[in-house]
Write a protein that binds this ligand. Sequence first.
Ligand code: 13P
Length: 283
Amino acid sequence: MLARGIGLLTAAVERGYALGAFTTYNLEVTQGIIAAAERLGKPVIVQAGAGAFSYAGRGPLAAMSLAMAASSRVAVGIHLDHSRNLEEIASCIELGYSSVMIDGSFLPIEANIAITRAAVDLAHGSGVWAEGELGAIGGDENVSVGANPESTMTDPAMVRTFVEETGVDALAVAVGNVHGISTPVEIDLARLSAIHRECTVPLVLHGASGLPDEVIRTVVGLGVAKINLNTELRRAFFEGLRDGLKGAEADSFDAVMRPARDAVEQIVESKLRLLWPDMHPAD
Ligand code: 13P
């Protein structure tokens, strides 16, 4: 079913797990994400942003994702990732998205607060929850490597004011995390703890591709209630696709596309298992 309202997020906080938020670009990736969540019987977030919209089209991608969420056996949130403009946010709310992210991290702090406040007002007016970003997460969310990994760390001293003045429901933080898989990444756990102490809303960790399993498990205990993954899914999809194309029967969708879809399902399942304390692989 499509998850409406903020219940998906509050349940994660109350029960001590993090929601996996996985980026989709097409039907097969969405199928892989939802199949993994159904197999584990866990809720999930399917997200998309500008990169996916320019490939698939904003409306068609929304229609497909929302239809798949509606017919799913688990709760599925449909989330707008990293939007920099209010028109796009209004359009996705209109299309039926259940949550949105306004990324004002490229702006000076006062302007970030102002655009985030405006996005939150739009979202809340339609029963949609909103994520903001404080500090700036490095890298490009649609590119695997080498995409300007510079970031500005989130300042714990700014967190309370930002959350109060914007009204955000969740806060994306920059604590050494980078979009894509580039250089070895060090998550500043002391900074994350300090942010958690100051923050009255759940935290979001972007750029989780390439992070060691142990780090992902650790951040879930430090206030992170949503974890974003993209690159590892894209890579799995394309590897699966290459395998499918190598096969002797590479002339049917089942032969070519199913391995790609299955590869996404496998990676999503392995990540979801890290996010629930009751599902760790060693348990
Ligand atoms: P990765 O590509 O590093 O998984 O990051 C995804 C992300 O944070 C999307 O917002």
